[in-house]
Design a protein around this ligand. Structure first.
Ligand SMILES: [Fe+2]
Ligand SMILES: [Fe+2]
Length: 178
């Protein structure tokens, strides 16, 4: 462990940390394009908010013989998407950005769509499509973040895993409905 030339020496690390302390978590070693990361995270935030709204609508509108168990699933997903939105907003602030909660333009910033659906099956199908959109866009975001912003990447990886669970839950519900 004596010499690891690829690591920054302690003196430089200490000096660097003292410069621009007002930037908090964003240090000189942060190699990602901060503006782009904040923009991408705001798109993910919009996606999560649209998903909360769609799941809430579906939760309150679920009717029919299977409604109770499906509605419970919708509500659980809505709450988890809300948790994701909060995590993402917190990270945006850590990076020195501002989370965009403006309802104006929300749907165009979001990757996923807001489709109400008529029947319970329609609702589940639309939620599944939205999850699959989020899965693909988050996977791309993770690849982009790579080693330049491991904290944002890890957060998005955890969120991605939950979206995959959601998609899996919805497929199971669709199979039960058929
Ligand atoms: Fe989510
Ligand atoms: Fe989800």
């Amino acid at each position: 462990m004596a010499d690891k030339p690829f690591l920054t020496d302690i003196k430089t690390l200490r000096e660097r940390a003292r410069r621009h302390i007002e930037r908090g978590a964003v240090t000189e070693g942060y190699t990602a394009d901060r503006e782009t990361v904040i923009k991408l995270l705001n798109e993910a935030l919009a996606t999560e908010i649209v998903c909360v709204l769609r799941y809430k609508r579906h939760y309150f509108m679920a009717t029919g013989i299977n409604a109770e168990s499906v509605a419970a699933e919708f509500l659980q997903h809505a709450n988890e998407e809300q948790g994701h939105a909060d995590q993402i907003a917190g990270r945006i602030v850590q990076l020195g950005g501002e989370p965009n909660f403006n309802p104006e333009g929300l749907l165009s910033r979001s990757h996923a769509e807001y489709i109400e659906g008529e029947t319970l099956t329609d609702m589940i199908r639309e939620d599944l499509v939205a999850e699959r959109i989020a899965i693909d866009s988050y996977r791309e975001m993770i690849a982009y973040l790579s080693n330049d912003d491991p904290t944002s990447r890890r957060m998005m990886e955890e969120i991605l895993a939950v979206e995959e669970e959601h998609a899996d839950d919805l497929v199971s519900l669709l199979e039960k409905m058929a």
